[in-house]
Structure formats: structure tokens, C-alpha cells
Ligand binder design. Structure first.
Ligand SMILES: NC(=O)c1ccc[n+]([C@@H]2O[C@H](COP(=O)([O-])OP(=O)(O)OC[C@H]3O[C@@H](n4cnc5c(N)ncnc54)[C@H](OP(=O)(O)O)[C@@H]3O)[C@@H](O)[C@H]2O)c1
Length: 380
């Protein structure tokens, strides 16, 4: 049996309190300080991942306990040192391939240097995240009755590792695509190359809010640590697929926009009977804040590489080849991984919820046309 490890880190203070109840009530400044000094450690033992044809893997989630902001702001060498140390701990436990969670995959050159310094091959897991994100966006469009071929799609974070590949996969299926990021020079250069490869209309802008106001389909994959998609800007009936961790979509959308569908796009159903057990408190499950048997796509890619015996640095850097994405999707299928049920704002999206969203969207569109004002779902 091949084994894997996956580097995790808290995305928020809520995450810290979920893993370490003793942290509740402690000031954020103190927690931040504690984490500055906290070494990497094995947090979770993963067992029970089993393909329909009987292949198995086990692994460990090893924590490099820093918040997103700290991973961005700390000296890059220090972050590399901590992430490589986390992988070394995984390798000492028997892992033969390593995955990078959330911001540990974003720092610097997106895994290339970490792979060079790691004792075992490293993947960011982004190939499967891209495949899952694009599939989730179009599943959402189908559920909402949105015709992609007549729609404008916006990709926020379009020059990134995930966003750039998502844009390439979305473009052939939509009427128009708008690319968004903050660095205009990089965006312009990317768009020039991108526009030459695709057949639909395209443009780029650094103004995410303006772009969202004209889009039926939105996919976000940024490294922002604040909200990027606001409740006031979304079209009635819009479908928003969110890959960013931490989230880009304002939590206010859940309360104020019953007429839009937001989906967390990167979740996969893991085959077998997976168990995520805390290393320190044996017999206690680790709360991934996801339904049972569900893992992030980047975690799933790492598990799949172990199951398939592909002990190699599968996805690294920015500029991921589309063939890689197609291949990992095929491997995922052969290992019995599936797109997880739709979910957003910590809750499942039921058929009833979809029906209610469609009704609210139809009402908002009607009122918008009648009054040519603000959609009725947008209040206060
Ligand atoms: N769900 C999953 O399974 C999963 C797996 C892996 C990664 N992720 C998440 O996916 C996200 C993207 O990862 P990545 O590897 O693609 O990162 P990346 O390569 O660093 O790309 C980030 C992109 O976001 C843009 N950006 C950053 N802040 C922005 C803002 N405020 N407004 C608009 N654009 C902004 C960046 O361009 P500018 O700097 O020019 O703005 C860049 O285009 C991260 O949040 C990561 O944690 C999720």
C-alpha cells in the first residue's frame, strides 16, 4: 500500500477553535503569536480510503500551523522551511507522496521550490481542484436552468494557477468570458495569449465588482483574505462557484440573495469508508467541516496519486497543462472518487433549496424588468 501526507493549516480563528477547543476565548493577537512559534506536527491519521477494485491508501494530514495572512506575510524562506518540515514528518511516518493544502500551495512559485527541497514528490492538488470546480460550475448552471452558451462567465483570480486553467476550460462553453485579477500588467499579458486561443468574446478588468454585475456564471479562485463577491452585485439567478479558501463570497449573500446559487466547488466524495482520526486524541474524529466521506479536491488528488502508484510531482507551478486535468479526472473516476453533493455556507444544497432559488430568481428578474430597479432579493 502506498501512503500519502497532506499539509494543512487553519484558514481562520474559527478553524483553530474547532481543532483546539482550548483556544476558544483567547485573543487573536495571542493565538497569532503562539502560531508564530508552533512547529509543524502530525494532526490527522487518514484510513479506510479504498477503491471499488480493492486498492487502499492511508496517510496523514500534517499541520504547518499558520494563518493565510501569516503564510503570505512571513519571509518566504521561513514558510518554505515550515512546509518542508511538515512533509518530512509525513515522510518519517511512511508517506511517499505529499500534497499542499490551501495557502501552502500558493506561496512563492506554487510548490516548485518545496518539491525541490522535499524528501518525497509534491503536488499542489490543483489539477483535480480545477476539474471539480469547472464541473461544479456547470452542474450549478444546469440545476438553475442557465444556458452557458448564452451566458457571460467571470473568472476572478484568472492569472492564478487554478483560475487560468478554469478560464481555459470554461471559455469553449460560454458566449463571453471576463478575466479578473488585481495586477493589470500580468492580466493584460495573460489575456492577450488567452484571447488568441479561444473562440468566444473575452475581456479583462481589475474591477471584480463591475465584472460580477454582468455575469450569469462566476468562478472565484483568488488568494484574497477579504470578501471579493458582494451580495449587491450579483445578477438574479447567477451561479457562483467558489474555490477560494478562505472564501471570497461574502457571507451576506446567504441572507440577502435567496435568488442566487453559491456552490463550494472543490469537494469530492472519497471511496471506501474514510476516517479522519486526530493523532493526539486517538478515537476522536477530526472535523473537516465537510459531510462524511468528503474531502477537498486537492486532498483527493494526493490520495489518488498514492492509490495509482503515481509517486511523482504531478501538479506544480502556475500554467497547468489541460492534459493533466483530463488525466487526473480519469484517474479519479477509476479510483471511485466523485464530485460531492452541492454545498455552500456550511450547508447542503437540497433539491428544495434549488427550486426555491429558481423561484426567487424568476421573481427578481420579473421585478427588475418591471421596475428596472434593484432586484427584489437585495435589501438593506
Ligand atoms: N477547494 C480546494 O480544494 C482548493 C484547492 C487548492 C487551492 N484552493 C484555493 O484556491 C485559491 C487560488 O489558489 P491558486 O493556487 O490558484 O493561487 P494563485 O496561483 O496564487 O492565484 C491567485 C489569483 O488570485 C488573484 N487575486 C488575489 N487576490 C485578489 C483579489 N483581491 N481580487 C481579485 N483577484 C485576486 C491573483 O492575481 P493578482 O495578485 O494579480 O490579483 C491570482 O490571479 C486559494 O484561495 C487556494 O487556497 C482551493
Amino acid at each position: 500500500m502506498n501512503r500519502f501526507c497532506f499539509v494543512i493549516h487553519p484558514l481562520s480563528f474559527d478553524d483553530i477553535a474547532r481543532y483546539e477547543p482550548g483556544a476558544k476565548g483567547k485573543g487573536e493577537a495571542i493565538l497569532r503569536k503562539i502560531m508564530e512559534w508552533m512547529p509543524s506536527y502530525a494532526a490527522v491519521h487518514v484510513t479506510g480510503v479504498r477503491t471499488p477494485d480493492g486498492r487502499e491508501t492511508e496517510g496523514w494530514f500534517v499541520a504547518a500551523p499558520l494563518l493565510p495572512q501569516q503564510l503570505v506575510e512571513f519571509p518566504r524562506e521561513e514558510v518554505y522551511r515550515r512546509v518542508v518540515r511538515a512533509i518530512e514528518i509525513g515522510a518519517e511516518l511512511g508517506a511517499q507522496v505529499a500534497g499542499l493544502g490551501a495557502f501552502t500551495a500558493v506561496v512563492g512559485d506554487a510548490g516548485i521550490t518545496i518539491n525541490e527541497r522535499s524528501p518525497i514528490p509534491v503536488t499542489t492538488g490543483n489539477s483535480l481542484t480545477i476539474a471539480a470546480g469547472v464541473a461544479s460550475l456547470f452542474r450549478g448552471a444546469h440545476e438553475m436552468g442557465v444556458d452557458p452558451s448564452a451566458s457571460t462567465a467571470v473568472v476572478i483570480g484568472a492569472t492564478g494557477s487554478i483560475g487560468s486553467a478554469c478560464a481555459r476550460l470554461i471559455a469553449p462553453k460560454v458566449a463571453r468570458i471576463v478575466l479578473v485579477a488585481r495586477n493589470e500588467t500580468r492580466l493584460r499579458n495573460f489575456h492577450r495569449q488567452f484571447a488568441a486561443e479561444i473562440s468566444c468574446d473575452s475581456e479583462y478588468t481589475t474591477d471584480a465588482r463591475r465584472a460580477v454585475r454582468g455575469a450569469e456564471l462566476v468562478l472565484t479562485a483568488t488568494t484574497s483574505t477579504h470578501d471579493v463577491v458582494e451580495a449587491e452585485d450579483l445578477l438574479p439567478g447567477a451561479v457562483v462557484c467558489e474555490l477560494s479558501l478562505p472564501h471570497d463570497v461574502s457571507r451576506r449573500v446567504a441572507q440577502r440573495r435567496p435568488d442566487v446559487l453559491v456552490i463550494e466547488g472543490g469537494n469530492m466524495l472519497v471511496p471506501g469508508n474514510p476516517r479522519f482520526e486526530r493523532v493526539r486524541e486517538r478515537g476522536t474524529d477530526f472535523d473537516l467541516n465537510l459531510p462524511p466521506r468528503t474531502a477537498l479536491a486537492c486532498m483527493s488528488e494526493t490520495m489518488i496519486l498514492a492509490l495509482e502508484g503515481r509517486l511523482e510531482p504531478y501538479t506544480l507551478g502556475r500554467g497547468i497543462k489541460l492534459e493533466r486535468i483530463v488525466e487526473i479526472e480519469e484517474m479519479a473516476e477509476s479510483c471511485g472518487f466523485e464530485l460531492a453533493g452541492m454545498r455552500a455556507f456550511d450547508a447542503a444544497i437540497t433539491p428544495e433549496k434549488i427550486a426555491a432559488t429558481r423561484e426567487a430568481a424568476a421573481r427578481s428578474t420579473f421585478l427588475l424588468t418591471e421596475r428596472s430597479g434593484i432586484p427584489s432579493g437585495v435589501e438593506g
